[in-house]
Every structure is written in structure tokens, then in C-alpha cells.
Design a binder for this molecule. Structure first.
Ligand SMILES: Nc1ncnc2c1ncn2[C@@H]1O[C@H](COP(=O)(O)OP(=O)(O)OP(=O)(O)O)[C@@H](O)[C@H]1O
Ligand SMILES: [Mg+2]
Length: 141
């Protein structure tokens, strides 16, 4: 585990579709400016975007944290509930509890968490009624 170089936090607000993608755009910009390779930036952007939208659609609100270490990029997404009832089911492709409004906006394919996991080198998730925490590592080579 390398040394922490920088840390950024972004608040993510429930149902705020106008600001959807703001945190992940900011994260993408920071990584680009640091000269991180486009392939890695792209993977982190997919991960942070899907995690951000999940907080907006499915949670009471929370935050996305970007931690840059000398050997990895870590994205943490944490929210204040209501939690995921069945994590294994939530991680399976096509499972979604998105409501009509979210579906009308094009969300709800049930592909966010599977795509996060696919693009991650390390993936941890824990959830209870008081909140969901996801921690994703992307190793820099
Ligand atoms: N932060 C969260 N809090 C509570 N439930 C969540 C959270 N993130 C995901 N879930 C649950 O897991 C399900 C699957 O999430 P996933 O991101 O894979 O799909 P989706 O958000 O429903 O659709 P898509 O991401 O394809 O637009 C969600 O429908 C929801 O039930
Ligand atoms: Mg999703």
C-alpha cells in the first residue's frame, strides 16, 4: 500500500439529476491534469460516475471520495442509507430497483455495479440500513 498523495471529497445529493455527473467530471479532470493515462482515467470515470448516480438515485445522499496514492487510485462512495438488501443480487447484471423517474432518464439497466466491479482492480462493498460503502482500487502500473 503506497503513500496517500491527495484526497478530494464531493458531496452527492439525492435526486439531484441536474448535478448528476458533477463529482465524476471533477475527478476525471484532476486525474487528467496529473497526467494519468487515458485508459486509467476512463476506468476511474466509469466507476465514479456509476457510484455517483447510484447515490443520487438509490440513497439518501452521501459522498464520493478520490484518494490518490503513489501506486493506486482509490474511489470511495458512501451514503446515509437505506442500504442494499441483497448485495449479491444487486451485483448481478440486470437487477434494478430504479423507479419510473430514474428509468425515464435512462437509468435502471442494472449495469452500474457490475460495470464498477469489471473496471476495478480491487472492489469492496458493505451495506446496512444506515448506509452503503464501496471502495474501489485502480492500480497504476
Ligand atoms: N448506494 C445505493 N444505495 C442503495 N441501493 C443501491 C445503491 N447502489 C445500488 N443499489 C441497489 O442495487 C441495484 C443495482 O445497482 P446498479 O447500479 O447495478 O443498477 P441501477 O442503478 O439500478 O441501474 P444502472 O446503474 O444500470 O442505471 C439498484 O437498483 C439498487 O437496488
Ligand atoms: Mg446504477
Amino acid at each position: 500500500m503506497g503513500n496517500l498523495i491527495k484526497k478530494y471529497e464531493h458531496e452527492v445529493v439525492t435526486d439531484d439529476f441536474d448535478l448528476a455527473g458533477k463529482a465524476s467530471s471533477a475527478i476525471k479532470r484532476v486525474l487528467k491534469n496529473l497526467g494519468i493515462s487515458p485508459q486509467l482515467v476512463r476506468r476511474v470515470a466509469i466507476i465514479s460516475y456509476e457510484a455517483e448516480i447510484n447515490i443520487i438515485i438509490h440513497s439518501h445522499g452521501g459522498k464520493i471520495i478520490l484518494e490518490i496514492y503513489d501506486d493506486r487510485i482509490r474511489i470511495k462512495a458512501q451514503d446515509r442509507g437505506p442500504g442494499i438488501e441483497d448485495i449479491e443480487l444487486a451485483l448481478s447484471e440486470g437487477f434494478s430497483t430504479a423507479d419510473r423517474k430514474a428509468r425515464e432518464l435512462g437509468f435502471g439497466a442494472g449495469m452500474g455495479l457490475p460495470n464498477i466491479r469489471k473496471n476495478a482492480d480491487g472492489f469492496k462493498i458493505e451495506s446496512s440500513s444506515s448506509g452503503t460503502k464501496i471502495e474501489i482500487d485502480i492500480i497504476m502500473d
